[in-house]
Design a protein around this ligand. Structure first.
Ligand code: UDP
Length: 241
């Protein structure tokens, strides 16, 4: 059972493990309105310090999971209730597996041209019970957005997965959520690349040791600038204790 939200620097994160998050997400499929799932890591929490629109969108989401080991450290230092990291990619797998059993439908928006298509092909071959309503790459102009929403609503998927990178996808979801007919919208970032097979996840040992960020740094060293927020985040956490 998810117990409640924990405040990490003004951003409210749901307590609970992967199982709790999956159960909660599955419940969303049987309720009214379009529920929103956001998976912030440390970088997003840091962006949300200055970007108040982003913070407000995260804080109005229906489920916010701690997708960064930094959040767990922060929670431990500040004696709050987050016990373990819950990744977006793991939650997406759980949701997809439920969709397979219950014949629900999905749409994937985002990724470089061809990536969402490949992810959908891989999903369909592993989980044939899922209906793929459609996909589209994430490199479009603002003028095209209302047409994209119209098209998605016509196709009427149960779930829309959005992979436009953070914080673009969160802002986008916040802007269009009310206009969507879907039951659920989830920001999935690089998970679409993992599902397409274009990016590999860190080996399990890195995941277990909370070092997935380090593996990513080794594989994509150009991300170091983005990752420099990690030590800044930890300093902020320690001094706001
Ligand atoms: N992306 C996109 N449109 C954009 C920017 C990014 O579709 O305008 C996609 C990108 O191709 C990748 C995903 O968003 O598939 C995740 O991007 P990023 O590496 O920035 O996010 P993270 O992996 O940190 O979630």
């Amino acid at each position: 059972m998810i117990k409640g939200k924990v405040d990490i620097m003004g951003v409210f994160i749901d307590q609970g493990n992967l199982e709790d998050a999956a159960n909660r997400s599955i419940d969303f499929l049987n309720t009214d309105g379009c529920k929103m799932i956001i998976t912030p890591n440390t970088e997003i929490i840091m962006s949300a310090q200055e970007n108040l629109k982003l913070r407000q969108i995260i804080n109005t989401a229906d489920l916010v999971i701690p997708d960064g080991i930094g959040l767990i450290y922060a929670s431990k230092i500040q004696k709050k209730g987050l016990t373990e990291r819950v990744t977006g990619v793991d939650l997406m797998h759980k949701i997809l597996s439920h969709c397979n059993e219950t014949e629900k439908s999905i749409y994937i928006l985002g990724g470089k041209p061809g990536v969402a298509k490949k992810a959908c092909e891989n999903i369909k071959s592993k989980l044939p019970g899922i209906t793929i309503k459609g996909f589209r790459d994430g490199y479009f102009k603002e003028e095209e957005e209302s047409e994209i929403i119209e098209k998605i609503n016509e196709l009427n998927p149960d779930i829309l997965f959005v992979a436009l990178g953070a914080p673009k996808q969160e802002i986008w979801m916040g802007q269009y959520r009310e206009k969507l007919n879907s039951k659920m919208i989830m920001g999935v970032g690089g998970s679409v690349d993992v599902l397409a097979g274009t990016v590999k996840r860190a080996p399990e040992i890195y995941q277990k040791l909370g070092l997935e960020w380090f593996y990513r740094l080794l594989k994509e060293p150009w991300r170091y600038k983005r990752m420099m927020v990690l030590p800044k985040f930890m300093i902020k956490v320690i001094f706001s204790k």
